[in-house]
Design a protein around this ligand. Structure first.
Ligand code: SF4
Length: 370
């Protein structure tokens, strides 16, 4: 277990402090092209390909890029542009991902390459998600070096996060493969917009996933994300069916996805299709990117959403982006005793014993330290 002093020292290190920049200066451009794993040639004469990685299924002519800006057709072959070229590298508390039922109070070595296969108008990281690896300042970092840095810095997990990890799928998969079985978890925060075949290949090495379930209607996904809801639901089912620990984040946006019936429908769906022990994080919206005219979510709306989730049978419903709110704590679903007390990303009290409630002994769903 880390001391508080160790935690603070490490949690605020930047890439420079990790001695990355001194050895390998940030680069513009994409010198480490990696051929994509999931695509097919659809016109060999013209060099046109179809990407099979996500439900968008982009047809990409020679010289063109996919919708995500992270995959490019070069001379009739599809390449991942962000391989081993993260534009963001940080050591974060795992609570920031957010994972609340996975190794609380541990550090997560977090990376992202630029790009995203959605166009959410409320994106919190749009500067790097709505960009191409060809345009961002990138930090060369091989999977081997990434793992070694994570280990040196006593991280319990590697997190593929900040942007959409599907866009740097090959980098994530190669890193996850070498990290697997080395006492370090592979976790991701994803929009869930990925095809079943690549997802299943990733699940072999993935320990936990936080999936953004951004709304629970087709029209929400169509209007605000330029995407479809169905594939995201399929991803949640596939992850659970593969034994990956799943948490869900629902950013509650006033007037767009906050009506009580929709939230109740979503919670019932999660209970029935993913399980009552899937933690749901109702996160507070703040004006951002292309939705700056909407006010922050009232805390009372988040409290209502949490009540609805608990009534629907979900065992863990959290309130996010409201530091110090009691909805950040973990309560035993059987005896209701508070077992983890939080404020923001800080753990103030932790009483679980080997993943069980100290009051009634119930095993709490999650991945816990021995
Ligand atoms: S991963 Fe990118 S290139 Fe491939 S289908 Fe999705 S948006 Fe298109």
């Amino acid at each position: 277990m880390l001391t508080r002093r160790d935690f603070i020292k490490i949690a605020f290190l930047t890439p420079a402090a990790l001695q990355l920049e001194a050895k390998e200066p940030a680069l513009k451009g994409t010198p480490y092209l990696k051929e994509a794993l999931y695509y097919r040639v659809i016109d060999a004469k013209k060099g046109t390909v179809e990407c099979l990685l996500c439900p968008r299924g982009c047809t990409i002519p020679e010289g063109g890029s996919g919708f995500c800006r992270a995959r490019k057709n070069i001379k009739g072959k599809l390449f991942s542009l962000g391989y081993a070229l993260p534009c963001a590298v940080h050591i974060d508390p795992i609570e920031k991902k957010p994972f609340f039922n996975v190794y609380p109070r541990s550090l997560s070595f977090s990376v992202a390459s630029a790009g995203c296969n959605l166009r959410c108008r409320f994106c919190q990281n749009w500067q790097i998600s709505q960009a191409s690896p060809e345009d961002t300042a990138n930090q060369p970092l091989s999977p081997e070096r990434l793992l070694s840095l994570a280990q040196q810095n006593r991280c319990r997990s590697i997190a593929y996060t900040y942007t959409e990890p599907t866009n740097f799928f090959e980098y994530m998969l190669d890193t996850a493969k070498i990290a697997s079985g080395k006492g370090i978890l592979n976790v991701c925060h994803s929009n869930g917009y990925i095809n079943p075949e690549p997802l299943k290949s990733l699940c072999k090495y993935l320990d936990a996933a936080n999936i953004d379930l951004k709304g629970f209607s087709r029209s929400f996904y169509n209007r605000l994300c330029e995407a479809e809801l169905g594939p995201v639901l399929e991803t949640i089912k596939t992850l659970k069916g593969s034994g990956v620990w799943v948490e869900i984040t629902n950013l509650v946006i006033p007037g767009h996805n906050d009506d009580e019936k929709t939230i109740a429908d979503m919670c019932r769906w999660i209970c029935q299709n993913a399980g009552a022990d899937v933690p749901v994080h109702f996160s507070r919206f703040f004006p951002m990117y292309r939705m700056t005219s909407i006010s922050p979510t009232p805390v009372s709306t988040l409290e209502k959403a949490r009540d609805i989730a608990l009534k629907a049978g979900l065992q863990f419903a959290y309130i996010g982006n409201v530091p110090g709110h009691p909805g950040e704590n973990t309560y035993c679903p059987a005896c209701k005793k508070m077992v983890i007390r939080r404020s923001g990303y800080n753990i103030l009290e932790y009483t679980l014993k080997g993943g069980a409630c100290p009051g009634c002994g119930k095993k709490i769903g999650g991945i816990w330290a021995a």
